[in-house]
Design a binder for this molecule. Structure first.
Ligand code: HEM
Ligand SMILES: [Cu+2]
Length: 550
């Protein structure tokens, strides 16, 4: 941990940086009208955490209800509304914005040596759009909810569903503008605002993964927006695009929806992959193994991700040949993902490894992501998918990726960059304990779902045969432990804000530009424009031959 990066890495040491961004103005107004990307990141952190809590309360309701085979807690309709809200909030108001809008916002300018994002006011506008979308969602929650699931499949959503479907669609529609603006902002920033010497080959992998994510934000989100508008028009005035009686096709909805939503699952996980690359190299004090492979793997995932949507429709009656092609392409996406896991492992190998909390989160991530990925390969294969389609097996698979992956990376990022963001250190022992509780709680909650799904327990049912009760009760008890693991950091991180030891500029001995400025950074990030003279992750242990000598 004490290994100092080479002193000559950056030409302008940052001294005497002036008041930090946290101290530049204390009024509510100075926060709500800020154009500082770091403050906007904090605004997002609050808003997104709030929605995570709302989604988690819905999850608690689901898990309590599933304790008994008869589903005694909720009515059928109530259960439908609980899992729909859980899914809608977790996907659109947590998973998609979580890492990009908080850590991406905070870190990209710092990592490339810029003063801010390219469009600071657009950045603030994105936050307000997110908040407006969130308020509409709260209106839906308070108004009793929706029962369509987060996927809004027609004709359920367009004809039969009760509840505030149009309002829920409106909320998701509005939140899309926030995504598009953020994606544009990141793309322009990474192209235009890199410090002198920050070539593409020296870009931190965190930035590469956000670059790939932003491409999906900009290209895919409009498709979702149009699709949702069509559903709303169908429901309100019966335009008939999805209604066979009027010459429409309900399956068209699924094609349009998954053309967005499959790339969107990579929006949810690519930023997490970027986080893990940073955590791993720093914990190993080694240059990442195969930098260009990891960087291009992000782009490959983003591109191939657009051509696999049909794996959600294997049992919809699409042609066998279409299914075979989608199956092949889906398996192909596993290759770049596997490359990353391989390269992280090779990076740790013979590294000077420090078993800190961020590394524990990263290791937990790798394990859960591999389990989620391998079961993803299984459902990408036609024959297996026909057996487990719409069962708990799928629910387990995507929770391993989304919760075991993205949420774990979110917590890892929170710990790793906490000293930079707040200027304070957290309690390392409590942090390690919470990482382990999360890992154990997660597996107790979600592993039984693989077994149940394989044995035929369908998803979205709350009344089930007694044979599944033991596994359901185990899963529910695990979720209580998991909730504890997620809550614990709220307390020790909160404590650290006021009482934590003061952090130095570079407490981990890491090499990124963000660690050359003070913790917390000054309002304009750097006192002098930094000049980059070395490649990324240039740790003392990096093999001389693997250094770039620019
Ligand atoms: C923390 C503990 C959690 C528990 C116990 C839990 C439990 C569940 C269960 C049992 C379902 C299945 C509903 C059904 O198909 O019958 C479900 C669905 C879902 N969960 Fe979670 N979940 C948790 C956390 C999360 C998180 C953190 C996310 C995302 C960040 C998430 C995203 C989803 C999504 C997208 C669905 C699909 C909803 C649908 O079928 O429309 N869950 N969850
Ligand atoms: Cu997919």
């Amino acid at each position: 941990m004490n290994a100092e990066p080479p002193k000559d890495r950056f030409q302008s040491p940052q001294e005497d940086s002036g008041p930090s961004y946290l101290r530049a103005g204390h009024t509510l107004r100075s926060w709500l009208l800020t154009t500082d990307h770091k403050r906007i990141a904090i605004l997002y952190l609050f808003a997104i955490s709030f929605f995570f809590l709302v989604g988690a309360i819905a999850a608690a309701l689901i898990r309590l209800d599933l304790l008994t085979p008869a589903g005694d807690l909720l009515t059928n309709d109530g259960y439908n509304r609980a899992f729909s809200l859980h899914g809608i909030i977790m996907v659109w108001f947590f998973l998609i914005p979580s890492i990009p809008n908080t850590f991406g916002n905070f870190l990209i300018p710092l990592m490339i040596g810029a003063r801010d994002l390219a469009f600071p006011r657009l950045n603030l506008l994105s936050w307000y759009i997110y908040v407006v979308a969130g308020l509409v969602t709260l209106y839906v929650v308070l108004g009793g909810g929706v029962d369509t699931g987060w996927t809004f499949y027609t004709p359920l959503s367009s004809v039969y569903a009760n509840g505030a479907v149009v309002a829920a669609i409106l909320a998701v529609f509005i939140s899309g503008f926030s995504s598009i603006l953020t994606g544009l902002n990141f793309i322009v920033t990474i192209h235009k605002l890199r410090a002198p010497g920050m070539t593409w080959g020296r870009l931190p992998l965190f930035c590469w993964s956000h670059y790939a994510t932003s491409i999906i934000f900009v290209l895919a989100t409009p498709v979702l927006a149009i699709t949702l508008l069509l559903v709303a028009a169908e429901r309100l005035i019966g335009i008939g695009v999805f209604d066979p009686d009027l010459g429409g096709d309900p399956l068209l909805f699924q094609h349009l929806f998954w053309f967005y939503s499959h790339p969107a699952v990579y929006i949810m996980v690519l930023p997490a992959l970027g986080v893990i690359s940073e955590l791993i190299t720093c914990a190993a004090h080694k240059r990442i193994f195969g930098y260009w492979f990891v960087a291009y793997a992000s782009i490959a995932i983003a591109v191939i991700g657009f051509f696999v949507w049909g794996h959600h429709m294997f049992v919809s009656g699409q042609s066998f040949y279409a299914s075979a092609v989608f199956s092949f392409l889906s398996i192909a996406v596993a290759v770049p993902s596997a490359i990353k896991v391989y390269n992280w492992t090779a990076t740790l190998y013979k590294g000077d490894v420090e078993l800190s909390a961020p590394l524990l989160y990263a290791l937990g991530f790798i394990g859960l992501f591999v389990a989620g990925g391998l079961t993803g390969l299984m459902v990408a294969m036609l024959a297996i998918d026909v057996h487990v389609h719409d069962t708990y097996f799928v629910v387990a698979h995507f929770h391993y990726i989304m919760v075991g992956g993205t949420v774990t990376a979110f917590f890892g990022a929170m710990h790793y960059w906490w000293p930079k963001i707040t200027g304070r250190m957290y309690n390392e022992n409590l942090a390690r304990a919470s990482a382990i509780i999360i890992l154990v709680g997660f597996n107790i909650t979600f592993f039984p779902l693989f077994v149940m799904g394989y044995e035929g327990m369908p998803r979205r049912y709350h009344v089930y045969p007694e044979q599944f009760q033991v596994l359901q009760v185990i899963a529910s008890s695990g979720s209580a432990l998991l909730a504890l693991g997620y809550l614990l950091p709220v307390f020790y991180l909160g404590w650290s804000l006021f009482r934590g030891e003061r952090a130095t500029a570079n407490p981990w001995g890491a090499t990124g530009l963000e660690w050359t400025t003070s913790s917390p950074p000054p309002k304009h990030n750097f006192v002098e424009q930094p000049v980059v003279v070395r490649g990324p992750y240039d740790y003392p242990l990096a093999h001389p031959a693997s250094r770039d000598n620019g």
